[in-house]
Design a protein around this ligand. Structure first.
Ligand SMILES: Nc1ncnc2c1ncn2[C@@H]1O[C@H](COP(=O)(O)OP(=O)(O)OP(=O)(O)O)[C@@H](O)[C@H]1O
Length: 472
């Protein structure tokens, strides 16, 4: 379902009465920008000047007939859907119009519900086409239109940069967005950036739906009228109203109860809702974004998440990778949190031990960036002499430090000249191991050294010997 308000519609008909009837009908359906023209000769100049989302065009008009005008429009403005209105029920003419590019054909007087359904379909298709072309444009370039929107998300990981480009492409869409990823990977930060990139004028409203029973969910989102239930002394405005023109973020959507899932689906499909105690539906134009660290697909298969809601929510999908899959971000994040922690505690920034990045990179970080942030803040709070000790981190991670490293590989296969023919020499095996560790660490030598179980200096020496590194 499209949000009618933001689509400018143009009605063209030489009969003023018809223009009046149709403009009242479209305004009543929520289209706030409806322009009427009774002189078909003015249509093309108007399209040169203004953006129009859809045209409803009469076929029989003096001076410039609807069919000729349709050809001109499709020639010069092929992206604008045109719906034809004709006084004659002629199959051949209807076929000709559709062949020329009309979206639909109606014989006057058109049935209101059918005409509105056709307009909505045309607009939905129109906005999907816009999105596809935006997506294509973004995917083929590395550039972000507004770097500043993503500045707070510290990263240089290529997958994250691709996510940012995707976010820019879908930011303006009204369709829902599903953000998934393990706990602490930064899903909420991503959702906020998506709102900032969207140019939406309304507020960003976030609510955690975990633990809300169905009544609390309805009350929180849709509000209630005075006296709707015992204790409802005052009417309450729901968060959907507060997020009008903005973004409504529903966190932990995997914990939403089944009865509430039906209500959310209705809100997404119909774009309307009922406050508790009211029979009057209210319209909503807020963009819904949801996040979860649970596997919704698996929940759907186990019947604890509705499949219709799942498919509706995943119109746009963002999967935020875990920290262990973007190790090149580790040193950046460590530095960022050291600065942040020192500033928050009014201390001078301590110096981290040289082995820190390598040590942290070998840990799987189930709590992801939130866990890393906590570790650094704790270390900064407890340090005394301006230097952080690796021991602090060892103690904090303790037995949980189950080193994870790059995927195991068949090193022999990677040793030049040794593929199954003979045993590799020690030198060949070492080179293959180093190359693999560096690749897995995205070139970061500290992290690669940790994977190899040697110090950074030892790795550096080996690389110098091979002439690949200037000495430290
Ligand atoms: N790339 C990043 N740069 C800087 N800080 C980050 C980054 N990613 C996450 N953080 C910080 O990590 C913490 C967790 O982030 P956030 O709340 O967005 O994660 P989440 O995925 O929504 O977590 P949960 O699933 O538990 O709700 C926050 O303090 C956030 O500021």
């Amino acid at each position: 379902m499209t949000v009618p308000g933001k689509f400018p519609i143009l009605l063209v008909d030489d009969e003023e009465e018809m223009l009046f009837i149709h403009s009242v009908m479209f305004r009543g359906a929520g289209f706030s920008e409806v322009t009427t023209l009774s002189d078909s000769r003015k249509v093309l100049p108007l399209l040169e000047e203004r953006s129009v989302a859809l045209i409803v065009l009469d076929l029989y008009m003096p001076f410039l007939g609807g069919f000729e005008l349709l050809k001109e429009i499709k020639d010069r403005f092929p992206q604008i859907p045109v719906i034809i209105m004709s006084a004659a029920n002629q199959i051949e003419l209807a076929v000709e119009c559709m062949k020329t590019g009309a979206f639909d054909y109606f014989v006057k007087p058109a049935e209101k519900s059918r005409l509105l359904a056709s307009v909505n379909r045309a607009l939905e298709l129109h906005s999907l086409r816009d999105e596809v072309s935006l997506l294509t444009r973004h995917f083929f370039s590395d550039r972000l239109d507004r770097e500043e929107v993503f500045a707070s998300i510290i990263t240089r990981n290529p997958a994250m940069r691709r996510i940012f480009r995707y976010m820019e492409a879908v930011a303006a869409s009204d369709q829902p967005v599903l953000v998934t990823g393990e706990t602490g990977v930064g899903k909420e930060m991503v959702v906020r950036a998506l709102h900032d990139a969207s140019h939406r004028k309304g507020q960003f409203i976030a609510v955690n739906v975990a633990g809300l029973d169905d009544q609390a969910f309805s009350d929180t989102l849709f509000g209630h009228t005075r006296g709707a239930f015992t204790g409802a002394d005052q009417a309450r405005e729901g968060l959907v109203t507060k997020a009008a023109g903005g973004t409504l973020f529903l966190d932990e959507i995997g914990d939403l109860q089944l009865p509430s899932q039906i209500k959310l689906l209705r809100l997404l499909q119909e774009r309307e809702y009922y406050p508790l105690g009211s029979d009057n539906a209210k319209k909503s134009d807020s963009r819904i974004v949801v996040a979860t660290n649970r596997d919704l697909k698996q929940m759907m298969e186990g019947n604890s998440f509705r499949s219709d809601l799942y498919y509706r929510l995943k119109t746009h999908r963002i999967q935020v990778p875990p920290l262990r899959d973007r190790l090149e971000d580790m040193p950046l994040l460590v530095n960022h949190f050291l600065d942040e922690a020192a500033a928050a505690m009014g201390k001078s920034r301590p110096v981290p031990p040289v082995e820190l990045n390598g040590y942290l990179a070998a840990y799987s970080f189930p709590g992801n960036i939130r866990e890393l942030k906590g570790l650094i803040f704790d270390a900064v709070a407890s340090h005394q002499q301006g230097v952080l000790s690796l021991e602090t981190f060892r103690k904090a991670i303790g037995n949980d430090h189950t080193p994870h490293g790059p995927e195991p590989v068949d090193y022999f296969k990677h040793c030049s000249g040794a593929a199954g023919e003979r045993m590799p020499t020690l030198k060949e095996a070492e080179e293959a191991l180093i190359a693999h560790a560096l690749k897995a660490a995205c070139g970061n030598q500290g992290i690669a050294a940790a994977h190899l179980g040697i110090s950074r200096q030892a790795l550096n020496k080996r690389l110098c010997r091979r002439g690949e590194n200037p000495p430290d």
